[in-house]
Every structure is written in C-alpha cells, then in structure tokens.
Design a protein around this ligand. Structure first.
Ligand code: PCA
Length: 214
C-alpha cells in the first residue's frame, strides 16, 4: 500500500476552524484505489513545531506524495503554489506567540524551491469539473510558506516523492460579513479526490499558460 500524506492546519488568527484541516480530515483513510491510501495529519500554526510535525509524519509514513494545505482568507480559488521562498516575515504572531521578521526558513538554504507536483495538470482537471482553481506564484511569508519550503527542502534528494502546497479560500461561515470569496469544505474534498490521481499519474506537467502579468 502506498501513502499520500495530506496535512491541514489548526485554526489561527482568531478563527474557530481552519478549512484546510476540516477538508483533509474527511479524507483520512480514503483509498484512491487498491494500492493508494490517504493519511491526514494536523499541523500546528507555529513556525518551528509545524516543521517538526511534518518531518515526523514523513519519516513515519514514507509517503509517495505530500500535499500540505492551508487557509488563505481572501483568495478566490484553490491556489496550487508553484514556489516556496526561504524567507519569513510574519504579519501576526503564530499560535505560540512568536512573530519572526526577515528570517530564513533554512539558514544557508537556497532562495526558493519549486513544487514537484504537476500543478498545471491538477488545475486543469479541476477547471474541467467546474471547480475554481489556479496556479499561484506566492505562498506568502507566514507559516504556510515556511512549511512548504521545509517540505521541499526535506525532500530535495528524494526525487520520487512529489510534494507541494495548496492554499484554499475561507469556508463560507468564515466569510460572513467580510465581503470575500469562500468555498465549501465539501468542494475542497471533491477537488482533492479529482486532482490527487492526476498528481500521481502525471509524469510531465502540461505546458499551458497559467502566469500572471503583475
Ligand atoms: N494559513 C496560514 C498558516 C496556517 C494556515 O492555514 C498561512 O497561509 O501562512
């Protein structure tokens, strides 16, 4: 049996829930087929601890694919992140009360890593099913980007393990009164069921335009 590791975060920034965890929690134990099973884990919204939790989960589960998810309130679509940067600039404190500014994720690490997931093919498969999704070229400078960078750094010599990060919009109940977009947790779950097989089976990503002008 092969394992796909999905991670979601605990709530942060005063929210009651984090839809990234609500979504991946629903898929814990889900079988893509007879050979591939999903295991879901929650990460703390804490700079150091989240990296340790992720490392421990990868060591324990030896996944063939890792997709970390996080909430990005205000985003209008599922955002498959292309690039993780070696930089932290926290606008708010993490859940342990720490607010690092202008720090590296990994001292002496490269400036950035690209995801090893076929993000364009994944986005394409979702759009075809009527689910809003896009490639994003910034994962921010907070805990999500840090976990994404730490993930790619940890797997840099393990070419066979595909890994990446998905930012998701607020759940509808979080968006009330905020005049921002939202997406139901059920739709995120449906999206993962569509794009995970694509991620596993695609060997070369699609060469279609997905960039931004600004
Ligand atoms: N989103 C935050 C951290 C945890 C989460 O779900 C971020 O985008 O950095």
């Amino acid at each position: 049996m092969q394992t796909i590791l999905l991670t979601g975060f605990e709530p942060f920034g005063g929210e009651q829930n984090n839809p990234s965890w609500l979504a991946v929690q629903q898929l814990d134990g889900y079988q893509l087929d007879d050979e591939v099973q999903v295991v879901s884990r929650q990460l703390s919204c804490v700079f150091e601890k989240s990296q340790q939790e992720l490392k421990a989960a990868i060591a324990e589960l030896k996944p063939v694919l890792v997709l970390a998810l996080g909430q990005a309130g205000g985003r209008t679509e599922l955002c498959f992140e292309k690039v993780a940067i070696n930089f932290i600039d926290a606008r708010i404190a993490d859940n342990a009360g720490l607010q690092p500014v202008d720090k590296a994720v990994v001292t002496e690490g490269p400036a950035a890593y690209f995801t090893t997931l076929p993000v364009k093919a994944m986005v394409n498969s979702l759009k075809q099913q009527g689910i809003p999704a896009t490639v994003s070229y910034t994962a921010g400078t907070y805990v999500c980007n840090t976990v994404f960078y730490a993930l790619m750094h940890q797997l840099k010599d393990k070419a066979k393990v595909k890994a990446g990060f998905l930012h998701i919009p607020y759940a509808p109940e979080q968006a009330i009164g905020k005049a921002v977009a939202s997406m139901s947790v059920d739709m995120v779950v449906q999206a993962l069921k569509i794009c995970l097989p694509v991620a596993l089976l695609t060997t070369e990503d699609l060469q279609i335009a997905a960039g931004t002008l600004d």
